[in-house]
Design a binder for this molecule. Structure first.
Ligand code: F0G
Length: 367
């Protein structure tokens, strides 16, 4: 027996996802590639936009809320969108090695795409502050992992200098190809909604993603694929909120280790996005982040704490949401990335030590 191909069964509506070959293939006309560019892909992108009615209900007026679940990318975060482009271009330009500083997700994506493309991958991470799943990924994908006794900002300083003095290509979001790839998430949102949302809520760390989304919305707007632009609502963890403070934070702290960043590389770009979109930057506390994290869990959506900052932020500023608005919250990373946080901050009890018999189990179940 053979499965029908898309051509054989014209009568069946064929889900668009069939035949998906990654975002460079899908958005080739809008990306800096040519026919001879050697594409490095893991078929990333095309992630779902999921309605979250219980979160919409918390707003207290008629609104529609969706999450863009980018944790369903091949390495479990939105970084894959940027990395397919950055590694593809590094390979095209003849690079033999790439390097990044990372709170974990960039390192996982850089490792996966670099090794797939046949390049060496060096990742510099803050020792002790990278979630377990991310560390595991970088190692399994075969990166050379260097844990420094310093935070992400220090790691990025070193990486920038490495890029200037040694034959390694930097694949942090200071690499413009990263943003080119990441802007495709905005394309997908517009395609799914049929227009841009009224608000886009997004966690902000190094501020690359908010910049990339805005690029994508503006490009689609210019092409006439949407007739409006969203208000860009960026959220930083309160203990790591330099953009809101207006100065770098020397010792950033937050449970959301992915956005534990005190001096964002794309700071000025993010400010420009805030202004152009009439958006806002607001802080969310760890407590608010974890509350949103648990609410999402009860919707069947497991994201990492940093991602929940987008929903926490929406709930924080809910009084300012216009009635009838369509809101998209970006969920940047998969919850499985950070199992320690999940277990530590879940309110659900693990019932242990139960005798292995029917009666004992039934009794614990309350029957
Ligand atoms: N959410 C997650 C899960 C992240 O990993 C990051 C950034 C962000 C949000 C913020 O995105 O930096 O574009 O504003 N992680 C980087 C890393 C810093 O090294 O993985 P941003």
């Amino acid at each position: 027996m053979s499965f029908p191909t898309t051509n054989e069964r014209q009568d069946d509506p064929v889900p668009q996802k069939r035949g998906w070959r990654g975002l460079i293939d899908a958005y080739r006309p809008y990306l800096p590639v040519t026919d001879s560019t050697p594409i490095v892909t893991l078929y990333e992108g095309n992630t779902p936009l999921i309605p979250v009615p219980s979160i919409a209900a918390e707003i207290g007026k008629k609104v529609e809320v969706f999450v863009k679940y980018d944790g369903l990318n091949p390495t479990g975060s939105f970084k894959d969108r940027g990395m397919t482009m950055a590694i593809t271009k590094a390979k095209e330009e003849g690079a033999k090695a790439v390097i990044c500083a990372s709170t974990g997700n960039t390192s996982a994506a850089a490792a996966a795409y670099a090794k797939r493309g046949g390049l060496r991958a060096f990742v510099v991470i803050p020792d002790g502050y990278v979630a377990l799943g991310k560390l595991a990924q970088a190692l399994v994908y075969g990166a050379e992992v260097l844990a420094i006794r310093g935070n992400f900002d220090k790691a990025l300083d070193i990486v920038r200098e490495m890029g200037e003095h040694y034959p390694v290509t930097v694949v942090n979001s200071i690499n413009p190809y990263r943003l080119e790839g990441q802007k495709t998430a905005a394309f997908e949102v517009v395609e799914d909604l049929g227009n841009a949302p009224d608000w886009l809520c997004i966690p902000v760390g190094n501020a690359g993603n908010i910049t990339a989304y805005w690029m994508g919305f503006c490009q689609y707007h210019q092409l006439g694929k949407c007739d409006r632009l969203p208000k860009m609502m960026g959220f930083q963890a309160a203990g790591s909120a330099p953009i809101i403070a207006g100065h770098p934070i020397e010792h950033p702290e937050t449970v959301a280790t992915a956005i534990r960043i005190g001096n964002p590389a794309n700071w000025q770009k993010a400010l420009a996005v805030g202004e152009a979109s009439q958006g806002e930057f607001n802080p969310v506390t760890d407590e608010e982040i974890l509350h949103a994290y648990r609410l999402l869990g009860r919707e069947g959506v497991f994201c990492e704490p940093a991602s929940a900052a987008s929903v926490a932020g929406l709930l924080k500023v809910k009084d300012r949401v216009p009635t009838g608005a369509t809101i998209v919250c970006v969920l940047t990373g998969n919850g499985l990335k950070d199992p320690d946080s999940a277990i530590e901050h879940s309110e659900t009890q693990l019932r242990q030590g139960i005798e292995p018999d029917l009666e004992a189990v039934a009794q614990v179940m309350g029957f």
